[in-house]
Structures are given as C-alpha cells and as structure tokens.
Design a protein around this ligand. Structure first.
Ligand SMILES: C[S@@+](CC[C@H](N)C(=O)[O-])C[C@H]1O[C@@H](n2cnc3c(N)ncnc32)[C@H](O)[C@@H]1O
Length: 309
C-alpha cells in the first residue's frame, strides 16, 4: 500500500503542545502520520478524532489502527467539522485541531485516482471519489471563460486562456477522460517551459483545487475549528498553496485583533474580543526534511492558541 510521509511532524507536535489527557482532532487523517504521533504522546485518557473525506484513507486507517480505543475515525469533509464531531460533544472541548491541507502521496501516486499528469489514469481528481463531479465531468461542461479563470486564479497559469481554448477545441472532437490526454493538450498549449516542472503542473493543481472546492471548505472550517477549541487549545494549519496560506493568515490575524469597532474602548463585549493568540510566525520545512521529503517543499505551518472567552 502507498505511503505518506507526514510533513513538519516535530513542528506540529510542538505547535499542538500535546497534553496526555487531551482531546485532539486531526481533520486531514491521510495515512495517519500525524495521528500516530499524537497518539504516541497521549496517555490512556487522551483521544484523537480523525477525519478524512477519502474513503480509501479511512479504510487504510481502520486497517492500521483498528484496535486503537483512543482513536475515532470519521469519514466526511471537514467543511462540516462541527456536525461530524457533534455526537462526541466536543464544542469548546478540544485541545487541538490539525489541518494538513491538500492531497496525500497515495492520492497523487495512484494513477487510478486521476491526480497525476505523470501517469495515465481516469481524469478524476476527487478526494472523495464516491461523490461530486470528477475533473472530466467538469471539463466536459465548463465554459471556456470559466476554465481560464480557474487556471489563472487557482493555478497562476500565465497561459490560462490558451490552455482553456485548447481544451474546448479538443473536447469538441472527443471527450477528455484521461490524465495523459489533458497533460498532452496542456503541453501543446503552453509555449514556455519552467525548469524541472511539467507544463501541466499548474493546470492539474488548479482543476484539483476547483473540483474539490478546497478554498471554500477551508473558509468554512476555520471558524468551526475555533468554536471546538477549549481555552488554551491550539489550531495548527499546514498549507501548500499561497491562496490557502493567505486565508489562514488572515483568519488568524482577524481573530487575534477582535472587532476593530471596539479598538481602544475601555469596555469590549465578549463577542468582540480577540479569540486567538498567534504562536510564532510561519514555519517551513528544514533543509534536512526537504532532503528526505521533497513534498514538504511548499508547506507552511501556522499555529494559534484559543483565548478564554
Ligand atoms: C496532506 S494529506 C494528510 C496527511 C496526513 N497528515 C498524514 O500524515 O498521513 C491530506 C488529507 O486530507 C484529506 N482532505 C483534504 N481535504 C479534506 C476535507 N475537506 N475534508 C476531509 N479530508 C480532507 C485528503 O483526502 C488527504 O487524505
């Protein structure tokens, strides 16, 4: 079975400040690298609630941790975080929430999941491959302008318009259903080459983020994570894309400031007070980690602590 090397593992453990009896949520379980390390730091009374929207991640987790009584594995999107953990009564109870965004190595490496321009597979790209629209379905119907906007905004593809035009022309002749087909079309449309980078990298990234609604679920999860944290609880978020990191940074900034309407006033109502305290600034992978795991390249970790109400 394909493996995933957890990114910034020591830094996440330090950020979470794991307490032996604490309750933690790993909202992006993946292959359980971070969950395993949190469990190792917990005593018998500690708990991890782990979530993943990918059925294969949850199945692999059950196989790996089946008999672990301190772990609850939940399948679903963290966009519905509060609903997913509500039955466990965790409002204001968690000592930490971890979000390790993006895709896992098994998702990228398994050709049949359709994330990779390096290997031929069905053009799927859904993390939850049992619901929603695949990349092929989206590309079959989206307008040229919509495709160009997605590639430009989410992939920062300079040649977004050309690529979109090429896709629309090609799909009029035959449906685009394979990753290799899309990769070849993009390579034809992009006139320049970035050293060490496949010309379809940006297009694949953009379509993946779009198909999985990754920025929308990130916006949805941050306030929910905040409400689930106990005072002193830690929020740790690892982003791999500048738009994700910007959303996390702005959320933390806003919550550290409180409502600006009350700035400088002697009495601030509880709902207008700051809810978070920033812990350090952003952390990136060390040269040693990058040498071991090149996929840590664009990872950025931000940590904040929940303040008492
Ligand atoms: C980078 S991997 C996490 C790896 C994990 N920390 C580990 O060490 O094995 C991201 C995982 O989060 C999952 N994921 C991404 N977005 C999600 C969402 N909105 N809801 C639930 N899981 C999500 C993906 O399916 C993937 O398995």
């Amino acid at each position: 079975m394909a493996e995933h090397t957890p990114v910034l593992l020591d830094e996440v453990l330090a950020g979470l400040e794991v307490r032996p009896d604490g309750r933690y949520c790993d909202a992006t379980f993946g292959r359980g690298g971070h969950t395993a390390a949190i469990l190792a730091a917990l005593g018998p009374a500690g708990r991890v609630y782990a979530i993943d929207r990918d059925p294969e991640a949850v199945a692999a987790g059950r196989a790996r941790f089946g008999a672990e009584p301190r772990l609850t594995l939940i399948r679903g999107s963290f966009g519905r975080l509060e609903e997913l953990v509500r039955t466990a009564g965790l409002e204001g109870q968690l000592q930490g929430v971890l979000l390790d965004l993006g895709v896992s190595s098994p998702q990228l490496d398994e050709a049949r999941r359709g994330f990779s321009f390096m290997q031929d597979g069905p053009l799927d790209m859904r993390m939850d491959n049992e619901s929603g629209q695949s990349a092929a379905q989206w590309l079959a119907k989206a307008g040229e302008r919509e495709i160009a906007d997605v590639l430009h905004h989410l992939g920062e593809e300079r040649f977004a318009r050309r690529v979109a035009r090429r896709i629309v022309a090609a799909r009029a002749l035959e449906p685009i259903t394979r990753t290799s087909q899309l990769a070849a079309l993009v390579a034809e449309a992009v006139p320049t080459r970035e050293p060490g980078k496949h010309p379809a990298t940006r297009t694949f990234q953009a379509i993946r983020i779009h198909v999985n609604g990754e920025l929308d679920v990130l916006d949805a999860v941050l306030p929910q994570a905040l409400r689930l944290l106990a005072p002193g609880g830690r929020l740790c978020v690892i982003s791999f894309h500048s738009l994700e990191d910007r959303a996390v940074k702005r959320f933390i900034q806003r919550e550290c400031q409180g409502d600006p309407v009350y700035a400088g006033l002697p009495v601030v109502p509880p709902e207008a007070r700051p809810t978070l305290r920033r812990i350090g600034s952003k952390t990136v992978a060390s040269p040693a980690e990058l040498a071991r795991n090149p996929r840590a390249r664009s990872a950025v970790l931000r940590v904040a602590e929940r303040l008492a109400a």
